[in-house]
Design a protein around this ligand. Structure first.
Ligand SMILES: [Zn+2]
Length: 169
């Protein structure tokens, strides 16, 4: 069995439960049921407006936004979420990129809640470069359900990932 790369660092019993859901074919339906709401943020300019509205609501005094775009080359794990256990470290280009928000293209077709979660995550980086306590406090300030959504997003990405594997390989 391949390791579940989006869930690295989670306890064994959590991984075992997720693995069972995958094997029973229940992970996808469970997520579809819980997150049934699509969103209409299709273009980069719509994405800009969406993120700006969230910023206006919660982080008005943070640095102004520069570019906000969907980026098809962005790797969600490595460049956005980080692994669960990874010690926070400043990304090499984080300072330079601090006013620029890139959202992986996978979120264009993801449920509305996950787009909101990743937008909140990236907005929090306007004030905190690292994934530290202050960072997650900002995230939960903007989205009280942040931690549950981040975990479910990892499940969603896992579901997409296993769905793309050739059965039996
Ligand atoms: Zn991050």
């Amino acid at each position: 069995m391949e390791p579940l790369k989006y869930l690295v660092g989670y306890p064994e019993h959590v991984l075992a439960r997720v693995q069972a859901l995958i094997e029973q074919g229940r992970l996808g339906p469970m997520l579809a049921d819980k997150y049934a709401q699509p969103h209409a943020v299709r273009s980069d300019s719509q994405l800009y407006d969406y993120v700006q509205a969230l910023k206006d609501e919660h982080l008005r005094r943070a640095v102004p936004l520069g570019k906000v775009i969907y980026d098809s080359k962005l790797q969600v794990m490595k460049q956005a979420l980080g692994t669960h256990t990874a010690i926070s470290r400043v990304q090499g280009d984080r300072l330079k990129a601090s006013r620029e928000i890139r959202i992986a293209t996978v979120f264009r077709d993801a449920p509305a809640e996950f787009l909101r979660m990743i937008a909140v995550h990236e907005l929090a980086h306007l004030k905190e470069a690292e994934h530290n306590k202050a960072f997650y406090q900002l995230c939960t300030h903007m989205e009280p359900d942040y931690h549950q959504l981040e975990f479910d997003l990892r499940l969603y990405l896992t579901h997409l990932d296993v769905g793309h594997r050739v059965p039996g390989s």
